[in-house]
Design a protein around this ligand. Structure first.
Ligand code: KG4
Ligand code: ZN
Length: 390
């Protein structure tokens, strides 16, 4: 099968072409083309992602990213597409709310033809609703031209499968043992999901306020570091750890560490960092030390809650996914601690290129969904803000 996948849930516009061979979950996936445009520079100016800005940027980027993915795959054919009046009208209607995207796509079709595609997988949630809708409408319009089905898929399932996808050795998903626990840590979500089988998800814990990635970003902002601050906090914390730096001030709190559930809370930790800074301008070393103190606190809570979930459900596998799983200290701490506490548990972390938002994971989730015959409606285990039916 050839899958075209589209991701626009937040601030990355991404399109991939993935060739599958075999049945889920033992198929192999060859990435024919994988293009991504990050809006980070634009959002950095505002210190965060504004949905209407993201929507406009997706509308601008989708056609160039499609061209880039198709040319990587050597599937960009410079032959105009024959569209009758009715098809043009339908395409315009599908894209009428998407800021010029209809004319960008029509210009593209006046020059190029689309290749044969068996299915389009598109992120339908969770995410920023206006941003999601650009991708969904684009998927529908392209599907109308090609005459193929569209599978609306769950972004969080994408992160789960990205962590299981071995892009370097066999291009396949790891044959994991169930039950599995997935810790999903990103800019919008922090949750623990119980996976009893492929495609069977139950959210057992989540943040009650900020997501952990959001906390990284907000703490970075408090220190005057640019958006998104997660990677910069990670980099600085590594320096402080290597230098054995003393804590910046007092030990930061570990919110909900001992609560009798699998939930999290990170906004109090962020507030504690704010009080700790107390309006001061930090030196470089102080920033590094505070980044380390914050990271220690955040990762300790993630680790303890995850270990508790593994014990409670007797999990055989731990999957860690989402943007924050790119964090060095998280990777190292989970790997080392679990080796000591749960040596029988196999840990899966995403390849670094697939840890933050991308469209390869959306192709994997589309294939999974097809095989397990679910609809996006059935996987609303995570607040699916954009999950309207197509
Ligand atoms: O999964 P993702 O790309 O987008 C969402 O679905 O939210 O995650 C983005 C989040 C941001 O908050 C970013 O700061 C954080 O992941 N992040 C990191 C690192 N790389 C990205 N946080 C800590 N350390 C990192 N190395
Ligand atoms: Zn994500």
């Amino acid at each position: 099968m050839r899958i075209l996948s589209i991701e626009t849930s937040c601030d990355e516009t991404a399109i991939s072409l993935v060739q599958t061979d075999g049945e889920f979950p033992s198929a192999t996936y060859e990435i024919l083309g994988n293009a991504l445009h990050s809006q980070i520079d634009i959002h950095a100016e505002f210190g965060g992602v504004f949905p209407q800005v993201a929507k406009r940027e997706h509308a601008l980027a989708l056609v160039p990213i499609l061209i880039s993915a198709l040319s990587q795959a050597e599937l960009l054919e410079e032959v105009p597409t024959n569209l009758d009046e009715a098809s043009i009208e339908q395409l315009k209607q599908t894209l009428e709310r998407e800021d010029g995207l209809a004319s960008f796509l029509l210009d593209f079709l006046a020059k190029y033809s689309l290749p044969e595609i068996d299915m389009i997988a598109v992120t339908s949630g969770p995410g920023l609703e206006p941003a999601l809708w650009v991708g969904i409408s684009f998927a529908k319009a392209v599907a109308q031209v090609i005459g193929c089905p569209v599978a609306p898929v769950n972004h969080m399932e994408g992160h789960v499968l990205a962590s299981l996808y071995d892009v370097e050795i066999d291009n396949a998903l790891a044959p994991i043992k169930f039950p599995a626990i997935a810790l999903l840590v990103s800019g919008g979500h922090t949750e623990i999901v119980l996976m009893k089988d492929w495609g069977v998800y139950e959210k057992i814990g989540q943040t009650r306020d900020d997501a952990v990635g959001e906390a990284f970003d907000k703490v970075a902002r408090l220190m005057g570091l640019p958006y998104p601050g997660g990677p910069e906090i990670g980099r600085r914390a590594d320096i402080a750890r290597k230098a054995n730096a003393l804590p910046y001030k007092e030990v930061l709190p570990r919110p909900m560490l001992h609560s009798n559930d699998f939930d999290f809370s990170f906004s109090g930790l962020k507030t504690a960092v704010r009080y700790s800074i107390d309006g001061a301008t930090l030196t470089n070393d102080e920033k590094n030390a505070l980044a380390r103190d914050f990271e220690d606190a955040a990762i300790e809570v993630l680790l303890k809650k995850t270990q508790k979930a593994i014990d409670h459900y007797d999990a055989q596998t731990l999957i860690i996914g989402g943007g924050v799983s790119a964090n060095n200290y998280l990777r190292q701490t989970f790997t080392e601690s679990l080796l000591g506490s749960h040596p029988h548990v196999e840990i899966y972390l995403p390849h670094r290129n697939l840890s933050t938002d991308n469209s390869v994971m959306i192709a994997l989730a589309g294939h999974a969904q097809l095989a397990t015959a679910r609809s996006a409606g059935a996987i609303q285990f995570i607040s699916a803000s954009g999950n309207r039916s197509l």
